[in-house]
Design a protein around this ligand. Structure first.
Ligand SMILES: Nc1ncnc2c1ncn2[C@@H]1O[C@H](COP(=O)(O)OP(=O)(O)OP(=O)(O)O)[C@@H](O)[C@H]1O
Ligand SMILES: [Mg+2]
Length: 231
């Protein structure tokens, strides 16, 4: 139910680049545009709400998400799961990654490229396989597999600040996942992990935004999202 449909939009990478003005249904990612302002306002709101979560609330949410994702992963054919290392109050946990490994999955983690481009990937082989990365973040110390490793995944777990039922997703503003997910073969689920309350009525979106096929929240669990016609 969370399958990613084939809906690549030829030229979406080139069309509507910053500075091309307004668009009918798409928004405008020019810095200072309405959509950019709306995204920034929503990011600030969500990040503030996340900061207000107590350590107990974060731990409970992480445990619930772990259970839902492991259940979801049971339905999938054999193959690696692309996941991420949560930072701060971001939904997810190392326990989730370890749970996927214990269930027999290979887990790939993103490595941020030195210049804007698609994410690189490396295998997570346990907490000892993590070392210091840029911006004070941890990242895998295992060999880099290259961006094409994404294409081997049977599930991609993505970080998000919010999503809506059409599958529009708001990230932290780097555009990394938007530059990455277009290479994923159709039919592979792309699932955002959220805190309760972060599945909202409408996420402001630009044409470059890559949709998710589902979200997982601590309380309701897995929710399939529709197709907003992009991606
Ligand atoms: N496919 C792309 N090609 C070139 N630039 C892109 C592409 N996708 C996004 N960008 C750039 O990245 C910037 C940030 O995009 P956006 O605000 O959608 O980030 P995000 O979705 O929150 O981040 P992320 O994908 O890292 O979670 C955009 O202003 C845009 O210029
Ligand atoms: Mg985006």
């Amino acid at each position: 139910m969370l399958e990613r449909e084939s809906r690549h939009e030829p030229g979406s990478r080139a069309a509507g680049r910053p500075g091309t003005g307004t668009r009918g249904d798409g928004g405008d990612d020019t810095p200072g545009s309405d959509v950019a302002r709306q995204k920034d306002a929503l990011r600030a709101r969500v990040l503030e709400a996340r900061r207000a979560l107590t350590p107990e609330q974060r731990a409970t949410a992480a445990e619930e998400l772990r259970g839902h994702v492991l259940e979801l992963a049971q339905e999938l054919r054999e193959g690696p799961v692309c996941a991420y290392l949560p930072v701060g109050a971001e939904p997810g946990s190392l326990a989730l990654l370890d749970g996927l490994r214990a269930a027999g999955r290979s887990v790939l983690l993103p490595v941020v490229p030195p210049r804007p481009g698609p994410l690189d990937w490396a295998v997570y082989t346990g907490p000892d396989s993590l070392g210091p990365g840029p911006l004070g973040l941890r990242e895998p110390t295992t060999p880099r597999l290259g961006p094409a490793a994404l294409r081997t995944a049977v599930l991609v777990l993505v970080p998000a600040l919010a999503a809506d039922r059409s599958g529009r997703r708001l990230g932290r503003g780097g555009g990394y996942y938007d530059r990455t997910l277009g290479a994923l073969p159709p039919g592979v689920p792309v699932v955002a992990l959220l805190h309760d309350g972060e599945l909202i009525d409408e996420v402001p979106a630009d044409p470059h935004d890559r949709p998710v096929t589902g979200v997982v929240l601590p309380t309701p669990g897995t929710v399939a999202t529709g197709n907003n016609g992009r991606g």
